[in-house]
Write a protein that binds this ligand. Structure first.
Ligand code: PNS
Length: 167
């Protein structure tokens, strides 16, 4: 069994992310979902909520024994991989646009610490789902429930309702 790290913002955690986590667990044995906090991004869901939502989804999907959500500490992803004894990062690819974004990061991580990146092609039925589009559609009143695990959809609705109250 080996450990791989699935990093990202997960704002919100989608059915596409869940599919990746499950497939990575089937391949590697253990997956740590590393939830990033990027102060320059204005996240809709705060870090604690994103971690709690993912943990709830993993429990509901009977994946919690093989997949855990952890906040990604500030600093390099490769240092977090080293701390966990993980030799690989997993990322999903929906399209060539994703590959163009991912390739330099994957090469840099390999250079920095010999951490490989394993790319999994997103299932075609989920390839239109991105957290940013889900946020946009939901903020404009669209129905995103079938793109999100139940706990994610609930957290997104609550965050949007809070934001409306603040505006
Ligand atoms: O889902 P995202 O927001 O595109 O994920 C980006 C992420 C978290 C994978 C990337 O920002 C990252 O690896 N951050 C950790 C800091 C780091 O190691 N930066 C150098 C990457 S080459």
């Amino acid at each position: 069994m080996s450990t791989v790290v699935l990093p990202g913002s997960f704002d919100p955690f989608t059915r596409g992310h869940l599919d990746l986590a499950r497939r990575a667990a089937d391949l590697a044995g253990r997956v740590v979902i590393a939830v990033s906090h990027n102060p320059s991004k204005r996240n809709l869901l705060d870090l604690e909520t994103r971690c709690a939502v993912i943990s709830e989804v993993l429990e509901a999907e009977a994946l919690a024994d093989r997949v855990q959500a952890r906040p990604l500490p500030s600093g390099l992803l490769v240092d977090f991989c080293r701390e966990l004894g993980a030799r690989a990062v997993v990322r999903g690819l929906r399209s060539q646009v994703d590959l163009a974004y991912e390739e330099p990061m994957a090469r840099m991580n390999a250079h920095l610490a010999e951490v490989d990146t394993m790319f999994l092609l997103t299932d075609a039925s989920l390839a239109h789902i991105s957290s940013s589009l889900v946020r946009e559609v939901a903020a404009l009143g669209g129905d995103v429930d079938d793109m999100l695990p139940v706990a994610s959809a609930r957290a997104l609705r609550a965050a949007l309702a809070d934001r409306e109250q603040d505006d």
